[in-house]
Every structure is written in structure tokens, then in C-alpha cells.
Design a protein. Structure first.
Length: 320
């Protein structure tokens, strides 16, 4: 039995419908990614109980929590907008949601949580004295202090600058691993999801298009939407390559090899060769170049360690 099971969940609006089913194991770190308006935050709001679903069930350890009040679900949530109490110091903010009543134990737990989120000794600090990253860590500690069975995080790092986001995403993963807590993490940042997740669910138009590990979604996408949402690539209709063929050939830039325009096909018996491709752009990326090529009106992306000197080349793809 899955720890969190969502069965036929639907939430209807005038021009949008959330419709999904998924299962999450206890202790998993699942990221939810997708374009703006795909239903990511709506999904979390329904799971948390802030929005009632029109149909479907939410089961937590086999218990139907669909109709329960927010405070009775055992679910914690960390928002993009940091909702701390400005009149309280860090310690009191963290203790605001604690179940523990004994003062000594509350103080001990607060110190442990501050250590866990990398803020030892911050208990007496005023909220107004904290940086954005520190405030988000306090919000995370407060959510954990309530001892939720599952923690939902709705783009908690989106308002922070890139270096700090990278640092804090590693901290959130470390906290997850330390506590073994089940987490659902909504982000618009594909790289962030790839870096911290056990599995990733990709949403589109209120539905889950695909779910799997980062490697599975990137290397073996189940459809073109997933393929392009998880990284750059090239898609060419199979009918262009072989008359009467159906489907689409998709490949990543790193799977495309550049060779001379008159490359001998006998030297590449297991490859497909696109001859007379013209290089139209070459973007330096630090470890090489991303090349944009035109082949019979189709745009191809390829990677090269060096910048090719010739504009007309062949693009070679290994047949799978």
C-alpha cells in the first residue's frame, strides 16, 4: 500500500480542470514540475485541504483524509511567501505549531531543529533581522516542528537568488534524508528537481504527463512534451526519414555527433547520417559548444567540444 495515494482527484474551474491519480511511497522525495498554470500549486492546495476536491480520494496510510480539516490531516506546508510572525522571535515562531507541551522538551526540540536547518544559536533573533534564506529555513523548521506525516513545499526557493537556491536545495535534501520525511516539492526549476528528487512528476494542463526518476524522464521520455520539458533536443518526423513511417525521431544535443559533410557511411554502420547540415549558430557553454544547424528546413541541436571551422557538416546519430 502506498503511503500517499491520490485516486481520481478532480477540481474543476471554468477554464481548467485538475485531474490526477498518483501513489507516493513513505520517505520519498517527489518533485512536481510543469509550466505555469499546469495545476502544481492547486494540487498541493487540494492535498493540504485548503481547496475541496469535486471528486476523488486522498488516502494517507490507507486512511481517507479527503474531507478532513487542514489541522487534522497531519500535513505540513512551506509556501513561497514566507509567513512568519514578525512580532515573535525565531524560537517562538518555531514553537508556534509544536505538539509538545513541556517547556524543556520544546526548547530542546527547537535547538535540534535550528541545528538541522543550519541556524544554531538563532533562537532569540528577531524575524526582521533575518535574510531571505534564513527566514525560509525558519519557516521550514516551524513546519517540521509540527511533526507532519508529510511535508508539502510550494516553490519555497523561487524568491531567492540562484546561488542561495542551490545551497538551500541541498540543505532541504539533507533534512529529508536525516528525518526520512515524505516530501512533495513544487518547483518551476527543472535543474532543482533533477538535483534533489527521488522521482519527478511532470504536469501539463492539470494532468500528470509522466512520472519517473530524472534519468528515466531525460533519457527515455514517454512523449514529446516530456522530452522537451526535461531538456533541449531535436524532433524530426519519421516520415521525412523514411516514406510511410510514423512517429517522431527525438534526440538530445549530446547524442548528435558532428562530422565532415562527405562522411563515409561505411565508417558509421550503426548510425543515421544527416548530410549537408548548415551550422547557423554556435553557443559557447564553458565545456564546449551547443550548435544550431539547419537540415532541409529542420532545426537540429548538437554538441561539440570544439567550434567547427566548416559551416556545412554531417550530423551523425547512433541508431538505438
Amino acid at each position: 500500500m502506498a503511503f500517499l495515494e491520490i485516486k481520481g482527484l478532480e477540481k474543476e474551474y471554468k477554464d481548467f480542470t485538475l485531474s490526477l491519480s498518483m501513489a507516493i511511497e513513505e520517505g520519498e522525495f517527489i518533485s512536481i514540475i510543469g509550466p505555469s498554470g499546469s495545476g502544481k500549486s492547486t494540487m498541493l492546495s487540494v492535498i493540504a485541504g485548503m481547496l475541496p476536491p469535486d471528486r476523488g480520494q486522498i488516502l494517507l496510510s490507507g486512511d481517507d483524509i479527503t474531507g478532513r480539516r487542514i489541522q487534522d490531516r497531519g500535513i505540513g506546508m512551506v509556501f513561497q511567501d514566507i509567513a512568519l510572525f514578525p512580532s515573535m522571535n525565531v524560537k517562538k515562531n518555531i514553537q508556534a505549531g509544536m505538539k509538545e507541551k513541556d517547556r524543556k522538551k520544546r526548547n530542546e526540540l527547537t535547538e535540534r531543529l535550528l541545528e538541522l536547518v543550519g541556524l544554531p544559536g538563532y533562537g532569540k533573533r528577531a524575524i526582521s533581522s533575518l535574510s531571505g534564506g534564513e527566514a525560509q529555513r525558519v519557516a521550514l523548521a516551524r513546519s517540521i516542528a509540527a511533526e507532519p506525516r508529510i511535508l508539502l513545499l510550494d516553490e519555497p526557493l523561487s524568491s531567492l537568488d540562484a546561488p542561495l537556491r542551490k545551497h538551500l536545495r541541498a540543505a532541504i535534501r539533507m533534512i529529508h534524508d536525516s528525518l526520512g520525511m515524505t516530501m512533495l516539492y513544487v518547483t518551476h526549476d527543472r535543474e532543482e528537481a533533477f538535483a534533489v528528487s527521488d522521482r519527478i512528476a511532470i504536469m501539463h494542463d492539470g494532468r500528470i504527463e509522466a512520472i519517473g526518476t530524472a534519468e528515466e524522464l531525460y533519457r527515455k521520455p514517454c512523449n514529446l512534451f516530456t522530452a522537451f520539458f526535461t531538456g533541449e533536443g531535436t524532433a524530426i518526423p519519421a516520415s521525412v526519414l523514411s516514406e510511410g513511417a510514423s512517429g517522431t525521431l527525438f534526440f538530445r544535443p549530446e547524442n548528435a555527433q558532428i562530422a565532415d559533410s562527405d562522411a563515409d557511411s561505411s565508417s558509421f554502420p550503426r548510425h543515421m547520417i544527416f548530410r549537408n547540415a548548415e551550422i547557423v549558430s554556435a553557443e559557447f557553454t564553458g565545456d564546449g559548444y551547443t550548435l544550431g544547424l539547419d537540415w532541409n528546413g529542420f532545426q537540429i541541436l548538437a554538441r561539440s567540444i570544439i567550434r567547427p571551422r566548416k559551416k556545412d557538416v554531417s550530423v551523425i546519430i547512433l541508431k538505438e
